[in-house]
Design a protein. Structure first.
Length: 158
């Protein structure tokens, strides 16, 4: 078998290799949902075998978060009271560049291939919680951290 995706004839496998290959295939088939198995058995679907590099497969698995989970993440971040809480929420899902790009698109933020993961994270934080915190600070609504700059109504000269 090759990774080129072309239908090429494979050389006959020695018995031990064939057994290992079938065992791996059985493991992968065991992960299928029952509905998919029934669809294959009934003829409504077919199985396609794709050979992938395992490192690439691991990377994709870590980035395979459902859109609904990302929407929930954005909502959670919008409820955060601090930037650090929003950063923690991002870190829980593993803030890879791929995930950050998907979150950015959900927030209608521009995504450039040249942007680093750190830059994307900063933009996501700013779009979800940062702008609100900055606005509150300007309006003097910040908690204890802003008390020093809130007007007291008294003349500063004494």
């Amino acid at each position: 078998m090759t990774t080129s995706g072309k239908n090429e004839k494979a050389a006959p496998l020695p018995n031990q290799k064939a057994v290992q290959l079938l065992q791996e295939l059985a493991k992968q088939l065991a992960r299928l949902p029952a509905s998919d198995i029934e669809a294959v058995i009934s003829g409504a679907a077919r199985i396609r075998v794709v050979v992938e590099d395992t490192k690439a497969g691991q990377k994709r698995a870590s980035d395979s978060i459902a859109d609904s989970e990302l929407v929930a993440l954005v909502e959670e971040m919008r409820q955060c009271k601090t930037r650090q809480a929003a950063i923690s929420a991002l870190e829980r899902v593993g803030s890879t560049k791929t995930i950050l790009a998907r979150v950015s698109r959900l927030l209608d933020l521009p995504v450039q291939k040249t942007s680093s993961a750190e830059m994307m994270a900063e933009k996501v934080i700013e779009a979800t919680v940062g702008f609100r915190l900055r606005s509150a600070a300007v309006e003097g609504r910040n908690d204890a951290s802003n008390n020093a700059i809130q007007p007291t109504g008294e003349d500063a000269s004494g």
